[in-house]
Design a protein around this ligand. Structure first.
Ligand code: ATP
Length: 355
């Protein structure tokens, strides 16, 4: 099902807009993540799509049809919340079949469809257990099976992995992605975890203060952040950021001066304060890049396939990845470099990218 949000507004206290003129198109079968910090309006958006909250103004369309006034039960939506909200006295099978019972589906069909949904999430072997006899990951799967048992046209997932430990999170990420591919169902994930959004979603809407700041594929957001907020929010470790000044085509940062190609950058007419960003992945040991920087090694963090190195350059810090076998000494001075083309520049006032 294709979902369109047009000029959507919602406020709770009449003063501030929890959702501020939001526009978003989610194509049929797409997996979209709403990503942003706490309070940016992700859940409110989700609850409006589900029909639990009514927008103050604007339109919600499903396959082109205006659904603003449709009841939640008529919207053909399955939901999974952070708290799985399973019924403790019911077995796994009964929990999964429950939405069908509410729809008055005959018992035999109910059981058959609940079994199928349980198989989809690989729970076929625990159907007779109660929720308290299940692991966190299994409980999560019950909630998922219960959400898909009605064969909804849209699946809404609100921070579904928050309560799982790191290993289970990765397992369930893969599980949900697989389920999405198998069912081809339009899926919306609400999360504040950029890694979750990056690994699962086809497209990500990055939200701040009730607005979408950028909507694009994970690679778009990583390589071409249109806004400083997005640049900082996406990527681990986060983008290195330095204060800089742009005077015409000349960029000053880290005690260096570099001329920018004005064909590639929206350089300033006069003077402009800028944030200069460089991803840790784009910084290399040695002098191979256009811009060279010397710094003192402050931290060496081995992570198996690489080491994360942090150096101090004057009063600023810079992180980079190094090969796992390179010997680097704590407190030694090293030279690192990067290419001009991998720099990101943002207007300090507006946050907008100068690309
Ligand atoms: P979180 O990740 O913390 O759940 P979120 O991005 O989902 O945050 P929302 O829960 O949508 O954000 O909240 C958006 C704004 O609306 C916040 O300022 C919040 O305080 C406010 N808000 C949300 N629900 C209500 C409500 N029922 N009554 C009053 N204010 C609300």
């Amino acid at each position: 099902m294709k979902i369109e949000l047009k000029n959507l507004c919602k406020s709770f206290d009449k003063k501030t807009n929890a959702i501020d003129n939001m526009n978003l198109i989610i194509e049929d079968g797409e997996f979209v993540a709403l990503l942003g910090p706490s309070g940016c309006g992700k859940s409110t958006t989700m609850l409006m799509i589900a029909g639990i909250y009514k927008p103050d103004s604007g339109e919600i369309r499903f396959n082109g049809q205006l659904v603003n006034d449709w009841e939640p039960k008529d919207r053909n939506i399955g939901m999974v919340f952070q708290s799985y909200a399973l019924y403790p006295h019911m077995t796994v099978l009964e929990n999964i079949a429950f939405p069908l019972k509410q729809q008055k589906v005959p018992k035999k069909e109910r059981i058959e469809r609940a079994r199928q949904a349980a198989e989809m999430v690989r729970l076929g072997h625990v159907l007779d257990r109660k929720p308290d006899e299940l692991s966190g990951g299994q409980q999560q799967r019950v909630a998922l099976a219960r959400a898909i048992v009605k064969k909804p046209k849209v699946l809404l997932l609100d921070e579904p992995l928050s309560n799982l430990d790191a290993r289970l999170k990765i397992e369930m990420r893969e599980e949900i992605s697989r389920l999405h591919k198998e069912l081809g169902i339009t899926t919306i994930l609400v999360t504040h975890d950029q890694e979750e959004a990056m690994t699962m979603a086809d497209r990500i809407a990055v939200m701040k203060d009730g607005k979408i700041i950028q909507y694009g594929t994970p690679m778009d957001l990583y390589h071409r952040p249109s806004d400083f907020f997005v640049a900082q929010f996406i990527g681990t470790p986060p983008m290195n950021v330095f204060r800089g000044k742009l005077i015409g085509n000349q960029l000053y940062f880290l005690n260096q001066s570099t001329e920018l190609d004005h064909e590639q950058w929206n350089t300033a007419q006069g003077e402009l304060d800028v944030y200069v960003g460089i991803r840790p992945h784009d910084v290399k040991l040695g002098k191979g890049g256009d811009i060279r920087v010397k710094g003192i090694v402050q931290m060496i963090e081995p992570i198996g396939h690489a080491q994360i190195i942090r150096i101090n350059v004057g009063s600023e810090q810079l992180r980079l990845f190094a090969e796992p076998t390179v010997a680097i000494e704590y407190k030694s001075e090293i030279t690192v470099s990067f290419h001009l083309s991998s720099l990101h520049l943002f207007d300090m006032q507006t946050g907008k990218s100068l690309r």
